[in-house]
Design a protein around this ligand. Structure first.
Ligand code: HEM
Length: 229
């Protein structure tokens, strides 16, 4: 029964929408947490927040969240692949004749931007979680990690470009998951567009502002030697 559900196009769409909505929540809350970079307190608030995340539930909380995120990303990618296969099987007509269909372009755009987002996430984990890109990762000073990370010009540029790729993926994803999860009536078309547009603009502008603010020197490392990382 469950396998027949997940084999159907509607089943895959629901899995994609549910995992999508949880991933959007993650990106939104992650962005809100990162806004603490602007607290003008030499990183105390964001470091305390990161410490809380690392220590909650006796240190197991972060591993549960990491496991949950991994499952969500896995299911999201799997349902995207299955949906593509199901759609291709359902329409075995020569695609050359239909190449300009809007849905085909939207699907292709989602696949390309999805691949770029996946590359970004791998880079991001190597950068701030594993410390393989930044020479010295301070385990208790996320503030210093972010500033030193974004002081490197190509890294700042990479983040900005990645966020520009995330924008259409988020916008189309939110728009389409709202449809799958119930706002499917044509009367809600404008509401869906507004929600998707506002959420995407807010997340992307905030995320792009972090590397830009560091490059412009608007957020800096503490100047007094005692408070240096
Ligand atoms: C410019 C925007 C962003 C900044 C400044 C940023 C910053 C950070 C930092 C500093 C960490 C490490 C936190 C710690 O060790 O406590 C982190 C972890 C992470 N970020 Fe971001 N992030 C950004 C955007 C994103 C986006 C758009 C995504 C997803 C698409 C994302 C996904 C993650 C994930 C999955 C982790 C791993 C959490 C863990 O350590 O388990 N980040 N981010």
């Amino acid at each position: 029964m469950l396998s027949r559900f997940s084999e159907s196009s509607i089943g895959q769409k629901i899995i994609m929408a549910l995992t999508g909505v949880l991933l959007v929540f993650f990106v939104l809350f992650h962005m809100l947490g990162n806004l603490l970079l602007y607290a003008n307190d030499e990183g105390q608030a964001i470091n305390a927040y990161a410490k809380f995340l690392h220590e909650v539930a006796g240190g197991y909380g972060i591993w549960i969240a990491r496991g949950g995120l991994l499952v969500l990303v896995g299911l999201h990618i799997w349902s995207a692949i299955r949906l593509t296969q199901i759609n291709r099987r359902a329409r075995p007509i020569d695609y050359k004749k239909h190449a300009y269909k809007e849905s085909t372009w939207a699907g292709r755009g989602m696949r390309i931007s999805g691949i770029i987002v996946a590359i970004f996430v791998v880079f991001h984990l190597l950068h701030f979680t594993a410390g393989k890109i930044l020479p010295e990762l301070h385990t208790t000073n996320v503030y210093a990690n972010v500033i030193q990370g974004f002081q490197v010009k190509w890294v700042a540029a990479f983040y900005i470009i990645s966020m520009l790729a995330l924008a259409p993926h988020l916008a189309h994803g939110i728009w389409s998951l709202l449809q799958t999860l119930g706002l499917s009536h044509p009367n809600f078309n404008t509401t869906r567009k507004v929600i998707a547009g506002l959420l995407t603009t807010m997340i992307i502008l905030a995320n792009i502002s972090f590397p830009i603010s560091v490059q412009l020197g608007l957020i800096n490392l503490p100047s007094s030697p005692q408070s240096q990382p």
